[in-house]
Design a protein. Structure first.
Length: 367
């Protein structure tokens, strides 16, 4: 075990080195899937995996980071710490659980300080059925131009219009309209794409390789940006299935929330990433959560995202303003204090042990 702060990194390149070194020291099976574009410092970008345990295990736990790029500063730290945690690794091994660490699902966003992929796509809205008509987000359609004004920071008129809308319709409706996912405005926020992204395709290949024979699959996907600072909300991740929700609550506690019953701080979302596991492992019983750590209030998070999307549309912006926008985005999704990091690791460690215990107990026939 290493000191908690040492597991975290200041840049993607450093995080990747720490992850690969920890994975190699632990004797895991490492694979790297290189991204077609370079990082912000010219470094190689990759989705890296480390399998701790036997290939094609019947019991598989997936632990993933950086679905939303910049959120990887938190998730990577959890993964690095876990790979150095001998007690945790022994528990998983003794329970017959293989652990698949997926580091940097969206390495481009991780390195370039963006929540989206290089295609400007929110990876966790990029898994609808693209053979069918895509969902329509009428709420987002109404606010798109308001979200991305001509100038940044927004002028007084724009700020007043946003505030009036929130006061009239309520913060939850504003959050749902903005974050629910939309497939119409390619330059907009929470865009789900018109086709599978590089990260989408790569993840499906990884899942097909590792989950094809599993009878039970658990998945902890690490996120930041919702809820009270340092608190890890356990949000059920899976189909709207009462039995699966109940199983998640047996494993991780009654505090597991759900987007389906309104108990989560998250809005109801479309095109979610976990859809891929049902295709990769249709034979398996699946139980998953998003472990969502709080940083700042929702209005602050949305404003940070608005600024970043504005910057992507205005590469001519002054360097000082660009730096301010990027620093603001990082603060919105990563609290760089030892106290916050301690909260993150302690809650993640508990969730990891609980997942292994749940997988070891078994749960009957696939649901």
């Amino acid at each position: 075990m290493i000191p908690i702060p040492e597991a975290f990194s200041a840049r993607y390149a450093q995080a990747r080195v720490k992850f690969l070194e920890a994975a190699a020291t632990a004797g895991t099976r490492i694979a790297s899937h290189n991204h077609p574009l370079p990082g912000r410092d010219g470094e190689v970008l990759a989705l890296d995996t480390a399998l701790d345990g036997p290939e094609q295990s019947e019991r598989l736990l997936i632990v993933s980071s950086a679905c939303h790029g910049v959120e990887g500063y938190c998730g990577s730290g959890v993964q690095v710490f876990a790979l150095h945690d001998a007690e945790w690794r022994a528990r998983a091994r003794d329970a017959g659980v293989a652990v698949l660490y997926i580091h940097a699902l969206n390495p481009y966003g991780f390195s370039h300080l963006r929540r989206v992929t290089h295609e400007n796509v929110d990876l966790n809205r990029n898994f609808p059925d693209f053979s069918q008509p895509l969902p329509v987000n009428e709420g987002y359609r109404r606010v798109h131009e308001l979200l991305l004004p001509a100038a940044w920071p927004p002028d007084a008129a724009n700020q007043a219009a946003v505030q009036t809308l929130i006061e009239r319709e309520g913060l939850p409706l504003w959050q749902a309209a903005v974050s629910g996912g939309q497939y119409e405005f390619a330059d907009g926020l929470f865009f789900g794409g018109q086709a599978p992204t590089w990260s989408h395709r790569t993840l499906r290949a990884v899942l097909a390789q590792h989950a094809g024979r599993a009878q039970q699959v658990a998945w902890i996907d690490l996120h930041t940006g919702l809820g009270p600072s340092g608190v890890g909300e356990r949000i059920y991740a899976g189909r709207d299935d009462a039995a699966a929700v109940a199983r998640a609550r047996r494993w991780w506690g009654d505090e597991v929330t759900s987007i389906y019953d309104g108990s989560s701080t998250s809005a109801l979302l479309t095109g979610l990433m976990w859809n891929a596991i049902y295709d990769a492992a249709p034979q398996a019983q699946f139980t998953g959560i998003a472990l969502e750590y709080g940083t700042e209030p929702i209005p602050e998070i949305i404003d940070a995202l608005r600024g970043d999307h504005w910057l992507a549309l205005h590469p001519e912006a002054p360097a000082e303003l660009a730096a301010q926008i990027k620093a603001r985005l990082l603060r919105a999704f990563y609290t760089d204090t030892d106290a916050w990091k301690g909260q993150i690791v302690s809650q993640a460690r508990q969730a990891l042990f609980q997942a292994v215990d749940g997988l070891a107990q078994g749960a009957g026939s696939p649901a």
